[in-house]
Design a protein around this ligand. Structure first.
Ligand code: NAD
Length: 496
């Protein structure tokens, strides 16, 4: 099936060693459109045997790929970026239908950011330099960064296209080969990337795509004895399982996990900018973002005035068909997830929280089949579950504070530490908070900015390791230290 008359057929097979194939066991997974429940296609459900074949293929491709001049690896990534750009209309539709993202976001964010990421790492491939270390007289010591080998990548459903590029870009630029598993819920854009890679001439086996469930295909990637590293984005609970499964061969693990981002608005903030920023922080992509500003901390003195504007904005967000260019918020990506998000409304009420707006499925025939949740604003206390647990939906928990110290204590008062934002005109306070916030990323008078050059990742239960930039290149390489005796007179160690 194709998504419209002008688009290519949807790819649904596994990509292993340059061949599109069915899974060894022949089982499949239905991929549905979260807006109307229609089945878009059935993709292969990879099992252990398929992952093993994919690792074999990645191993076979490794020697030639890592031996390729870095600029030639980069050139292929640049060609891929061009091919993705040329495929924008198709990829945006595919992503919108598979995930429920509004197509205007796919066109303005998901696809362009994917292009930017591949372009950045295409340019990066020949910029990763080693170093020469000043050591003892008579010795030359240099350090090279070598690829790890076969890398496993496991991707979640919230930004499947972008996260595919975040993992593939640095891994390939550094000379690794890959076995990648998209989420079973949203595998289609990753498969399309596989087709475009073939079109631009990536050698067979450099990238292998296995669609399948987490507890089978994902688990096998995490435990595989010949995968040297696993890069994972997903929930904290799954991250823990991956660490356990990785222990067998002591593989390197990189974890981008959940978050409960504090977004702090001080009394001196530009309120109009902060209202808009707070809405983007939580409602973009239906709140399904690890870095979502899901805790809104308001200074008591401005809380009511802020909320009046914020609630009005939330109520005005246009929900609807993701393929309609006017739609600002689509359905959540799965029914299971819709039910989970709505369950937090009951949890909030049970603990004494106040639902200020939203908290329901929207009414009307247009919303009958889709997994919609209204933009939801809840007032609660810092120790309530909705202020501690990741809801991962269009659901923001509002908390108030009276002093900077109280704001900081609330902001740092969860197990997570991914993104954090603050809105103030006081430059000293801004930098003081940037330093003291327990977070991998801090946004001042903005929220949720990302760029392929800037490190992305968290602390605490939000994981470890960094995507993007030179940091990512270090994550996908290992340092090799080489010692050369250029002039050293070595006295015998054992005097005989
Ligand atoms: P998830 O953990 O359920 O699944 C993520 C991926 O892991 C999927 O591909 C899934 O199939 C796979 N998986 C599941 N069980 C597995 C197992 N036992 N072994 C190996 N793989 C397994 O997460 P999700 O629901 O798809 O994504 C939402 C979560 O991702 C949220 O918690 C969100 O915060 C987090 N996330 C984090 C970041 C970040 O960069 N920190 C970015 C986006 C999403």
């Amino acid at each position: 099936m194709a998504i419209d008359d002008h688009s290519p057929p949807i790819q649904s097979k596994l990509l292993i060693g340059g061949r599109w194939c069915d899974g060894v066991e022949g089982t499949t997974i239905a991929v549905t459109n979260p807006y109307d429940g229609t089945v878009l296609t059935h993709v292969a459900a990879a099992t252990t045997a398929d992952v093993d074949l994919a690792v074999d293929a990645a191993e076979r491709a490794l020697p030639a790929w890592r031996a390729l001049a870095a600029h030639d690896r980069g050139r292929l990534l640049l060609k891929l970026a061009d091919a993705i750009e040329a495929d924008t209309a198709n990829l945006a539709r595919l992503e919108a239908m598979d995930t429920g993202h509004p197509i205007r976001d796919c066109l303005s964010l998901d696809v362009p950011r994917t292009v930017l990421c591949f372009r950045y790492f295409g340019g990066m491939a020949d910029k990763l330099e080693g170093s020469v270390v000043p050591v003892d007289a008579g010795f030359l010591n240099y350090v090279e960064r070598e690829p790890i080998g076969v890398v496993g990548a496991i991707v979640p459903w919230n930004f499947p296209l972008m996260f595919t590029s975040w993992k593939m870009g640095p891994a390939l630029a550094a000379g690794n080969t890959i076995v990648i598993k998209p989420s079973e819920i949203t595998p289609l854009s990753t498969l399309r990337i596989g087709e475009l890679m073939q079109q631009v001439g990536f050698p067979d086996g450099v990238v292998n795509i296995v669609t399948g469930y987490g507890n089978t295909a994902g688990q096998r990637i995490a435990e595989h004895p010949r995968i040297g590293k696993v890069a994972f984005t997903g929930s904290t609970a799954t991250g823990r399982r991956i660490v356990e499964a990785s222990a067998g061969n002591l593989k390197k693990v990189q974890l981008e996990l959940g978050g409960k981002g504090p977004n702090i608005v001080f009394a001196d903030a530009n309120i109009a900018a902060a209202v808009g920023g707070a809405a983007f922080a939580i409602f973009h992509n239906q709140g399904q973002a690890c870095i979502a500003g899901s805790r809104l901390l308001l200074h008591e003195s401005i809380a009511d005035a802020f909320l009046e504007k914020f609630v009005a904005l939330a109520r005005s967000i246009r929900l609807g068909d993701p393929l309609d260019l006017d739609t600002e918020m689509g359905p959540l990506t799965s029914q299971l997830h819709q039910e989970r998000v709505l369950s937090f409304v009951d949890i909030a009420r049970e603990q004494g929280g106040e639902v200020v707006t939203g908290g329901r499925r929207p009414e009307g025939a247009a919303f009958d089949t889709g997994y919609f949740v209204e933009p939801t604003i809840v007032r609660a206390k810092p120790d309530h579950r909705v202020a501690q647990e990741e809801v991962f939906g269009p659901f923001v928990t509002v908390l108030t504070f009276n002093s900077d110290e109280e704001a900081l204590a609330i902001a740092n008062g969860t197990q997570y530490g991914l993104g954090a934002g603050l809105w103030t005109q006081d430059i000293t306070r801004a930098h003081r908070f940037a330093k003291r916030l327990h977070a991998g990323m801090v946004w001042i008078n903005c929220y949720k900015r990302v760029h392929p050059g800037s490190p992305f990742g968290g602390v605490g239960q939000s994981g470890y390791g960094r995507e993007m930039g030179f940091e990512a290149m270090r994550e996908y390489t290992v340092a090799k230290s080489v010692w050369v005796n250029v002039d050293a007179q070595l006295p015998p160690f054992y005097k005989r």
